[in-house]
Write a protein that binds this ligand. Structure first.
Ligand SMILES: [Zn+2]
Length: 157
């Protein structure tokens, strides 16, 4: 979703814009195109954003589930830990975490710059996960971790 950033190996696009903070105030053409596409889709039972964290030393995930729907988080972690270490720090990215699971505030006003997950959560679904595989690990480990987590959700949905 960020072709110019991929080519430059940067998080930001070629204009220095962090596209994953553009989902409320949409200035970047890439994000506007993505939202136009999303708006043509039906609602989702669950949304999964597959990410990597270059600073993390293990896998972790974010869950947005304000209605208390049945959670997939613990079973995703159980499946991934057979493949990749879990980041069990009590604080990850400045947020309280438990067993590799972060429950960020689901109040849209809490984030002045929305990531993709906030757009999904406010427009398309009531259950959203952002999965973070650690960039330090080999590609196969990262990919297989993400596949294992996605498979858990697919089997439970
Ligand atoms: Zn991320």
């Amino acid at each position: 979703m960020n072709p110019t950033g991929l080519a430059r190996n940067t998080r930001e696009n070629r204009d220095g814009v962090d596209l994953n903070r553009q989902y409320l105030h949409r200035e970047a053409v890439e994000t506007r195109a993505h939202i136009e596409w999303l708006d043509r889709q039906p609602s989702f039972e669950v949304a999964l954003c597959l990410h990597e964290d270059w600073e993390s030393h293990g896998f972790y995930l974010y869950e947005l589930n304000p209605d208390g729907l049945p959670s997939h988080a613990a079973r995703m972690i159980s499946a991934v830990e057979k493949i990749c270490p879990i980041d069990r720090a009590e604080i990850i990215e400045g947020r309280p975490a438990s067993g590799g699971i972060i429950h960020p505030s689901s109040d849209p006003r809490s984030r002045p710059q929305w990531p993709e997950a906030f757009y999904l959560f406010t427009h398309k679904t009531r259950l959203s996960y952002t999965l973070e595989a650690p960039s330090d690990f080999p590609m196969a480990t990262r990919v297989n971790s993400l596949i294992a987590a996605v498979r858990v959700v697919a089997e439970e949905s």
